[in-house]
Design a protein around this ligand. Structure first.
Ligand code: ARG
Length: 291
């Protein structure tokens, strides 16, 4: 088995911003210069892939599909843990066409042994994958966002399918519509998060489990730069271009920042974390894997 961290990405060749299903999306800005936006998107996606590889990861890339621009955000495709893939169901019709594409991509990954089993969400529920359900490897639990996109009812399904603790976090605003826009557990137990994105009970749930010394709070500016939407590999944190204030905070926490220009994707309301999907997370402690 390949010991490297495994990520899924989608080729950005068919990415664009042509509809608006979150307040960050700017079809008008994209239309002003589609060729330049497209070139910048391809460069940004390639840089992100290179950054993951430089951090020691392996990246599987699936092809894009014309007419499904948000396929570049595979974090929304599924929740994956212990080889089990709980397939997403998208809230908006604009993204529902992605479901079949991701299903067949996961089928292929299953045949190659990169994942083991595909599981469907019961009818009537929405869930947008790892964008709203983030595995915390230090605490051995899922943090699960709900409200704008994912249904609260999907959380019980996640609990049952994976047999793990799920901490429900209600998202308070349409601006931070996926949990990964405002919450990022980091290696060693620290958590980078944007408090204003959460309802009072959600904030209380975070603070009950993450002691103050482990909380890194993002400012409005840092959250709006999509920097909380980061990929963490050990001490490295890979994210969109960051304000100096955040660089300082993360450095003080012992992390090294890797910044990538992801501006075209921010025009769609996404950045580093949601452009990837981690495939090899396991709930087993490291010792058990070695045994
Ligand atoms: N335009 C996409 C949407 O609104 C962006 C998704 C970003 N994904 C994420 N997990 N934050 O669905």
């Amino acid at each position: 088995m390949d010991p490297r961290p495994q990520f899924l990405m989608t080729d950005a060749g068919h990415f664009d911003v042509c509809y608006q299903i979150n307040p960050w999306m700017q079809p008008t800005a994209w239309r002003a210069d589609p060729a330049a936006c497209k070139a910048a998107a391809q460069a940004g996606s390639a840089q992100l892939k290179a950054a993951l590889q430089a951090a020691g990861a392996h990246v599987e890339t699936i092809g894009g599909v014309r007419g499904l621009p948000d396929l570049v955000f595979p974090a929304n495709a599924a929740v994956v843990l212990d080889g089990r893939v709980l397939l997403a169901r998208f809230r908006y019709p604009e993204r529902q066409g992605e479901e079949a594409v991701f299903r067949s991509a996961f089928e292929k990954l299953r045949k190659r042994g990169l994942v083991e089993e595909l599981v469907d969400l019961p009818e009537g529920l929405f869930h947008e994958g790892a964008g709203d359900c983030i595995w915390d490897k230090d605490r051995k639990l899922f943090w699960a966002g709900y409200g704008p996109r994912s249904s609260h009812g999907a959380l019980a399904v996640i609990r049952r399918v994976f047999g793990q603790e799920v901490v429900p976090l209600e998202l308070a605003s349409d601006r931070f519509y996926h949990l990964d826009t405002c919450f990022c557990p980091l290696a060693g137990g620290k958590v980078l998060y944007y408090p204003a994105a959460f309802t009072a009970p959600a904030l209380a749930a975070i603070r009950a489990r993450v002691p103050e010394a482990q909380r890194i709070e993002a400012s409005d500016e840092e959250a709006a730069a999509f920097c909380v939407n980061a990929v963490n590999l050990d001490a490295k944190v890979i994210m969109a271009r960051a304000p100096a204030s955040l660089r300082a905070k993360l450095r003080a926490g012992g992390y090294t920042l890797v910044e990538v220009d992801l501006d075209p994707f921010i025009l769609s309301g996404g950045a580093a974390y949601c452009m990837t999907l981690r495939l090899d997370r396991t709930s087993a402690p490291a010792a058990a894997i070695l045994a």
